[in-house]
Design a protein around this ligand. Structure first.
Ligand code: A3P
Length: 319
């Protein structure tokens, strides 16, 4: 085994030295791998994941660009799958943060090894998450028919949400200078998992080509028609609501349990820290549509709208 590891390390070093590199908004070196940008550690984790993951056809994978609604989708998926199993007090979502219940491949499970301990995933379906684009994910799935649920969101709100999140991680006030440099990085596409638009397009095309395996959800739709979207998710995951469940308020119960207000006010989300060391409370902010209007200048909006039109034009995607 050590020999293998050595060989793998050598392979990794030669791979990374062959990749284009650039600098992100905090001056960190990123590498372009399979059309997206990652820091060194993340890239190693993604390669661990692609090499080592052993998919099962029943696996469910929650995919997103960071800050597009991952926490909400993780919570809704857990709540759907766990319904009827728990009394409301002992519900996993009341006892832990959605990010600890549904780990990321590249941030959590495969961060240090291509063969992580999977004993926590003894029951099916297993639920995982990722921020990598579809083509990178598919390499790890090796043609198995896992179900992938993707959530996306207006890029401007993603950017502002990311700015607040980054500032909270750095334990500083959200400064305009950071927003401005993040904006430049976003527009150039050089940020973790970026470019944003290609990320969305990868899953959008996947959902058109393989609609039984890829569900494409939009944060804004979840906000305006949560019942409809939750029912779509339940059907896609092969656990549709029964007539009885609909009549006895099961849909509303799940929406209420997973609401931003409810999750944010749970003790575990006020004081807890994820296994990666992020304060749970940082995942919950305003959850509003169009909040970016309060922070981006008209020039910034115009520039980002033009990029969006250019990249999404002809795809059928609408903001
Ligand atoms: P804002 O910063 O705009 O408030 P992610 O979960 O992908 O990290 O995205 C975080 C964004 O989703 C934040 O947006 C956060 O407030 C919002 N969010 C978190 N939990 C939510 C929930 N249960 N319902 C709606 N939005 C939620």
């Amino acid at each position: 085994i050590p020999k293998n590891l050595e060989r793998d390390d050598e392979e990794y070093v030669s791979l990374i030295s062959s990749l284009p590199s650039d600098i992100d908004f905090v001056g960190r070196e990123l590498f372009k791998y399979q059309e997206s940008w990652y820091g060194n550690k993340m890239l190693q984790a993604i390669i661990n994941f692609q090499r080592g993951f052993e998919p099962q056809d029943t696996d469910i994978i929650i995919a997103s660009f960071p800050k597009a609604g991952t926490t909400w989708l993780k919570a809704l998926t857990v709540a759907l799958l766990e319904r009827s199993k728990h009394s409301s007090d002992a519900h996993p979502l009341r006892l832990d943060n959605p990010h600890n219940l549904v780990p990321f491949f590249e941030l959590d499970l495969y961060a240090k090894s291509s063969k992580p301990d999977m004993t926590n995933f003894s029951s099916t379906p297993r639920v995982f998450a990722t921020h990598v684009p579809l083509h990178t994910l598919q390499e790890a799935l090796k043609n198995s028919s896992c179900k992938i649920v993707y959530v996306w969101r207006n890029v401007k709100d993603v950017l502002v949400s990311y700015w607040y999140f980054k500032s909270a991680l750095m334990k500083v006030e959200a400064e305009r200078s950071l927003l401005e440099s993040m904006f430049e990085s976003f527009c150039r596409g050089v940020s973790y998992g970026g470019p944003f638009w290609e990320h969305v397009l990868s899953y959008w095309r996947g959902s058109l080509e393989e609609s039984q395996n890829v569900l494409f959800l939009k944060y804004e739709d979840l906000k305006t028609e949560p019942r409809v979207q939750l029912k779509r998710l339940a059907e896609f995951l092969d656990c549709p609501f029964t007539v009885e469940e609909e009549e006895n308020g099961s849909v509303e119960e799940i929406l209420e349990l997973c609401s931003l207000r409810n999750l944010k006010n749970l003790e575990i989300n006020k004081i807890g820290i994820t296994s990666r060391g992020v304060d749970h409370k940082n995942f919950f902010r305003k959850g509003e549509v169009g909040d970016s209007k309060n922070y981006l200048t008209p020039e910034m909006e115009k520039r980002i709208d033009m990029i969006t039109e250019d990249k999404f034009g002809g795809s059928g995607l609408k903001l």
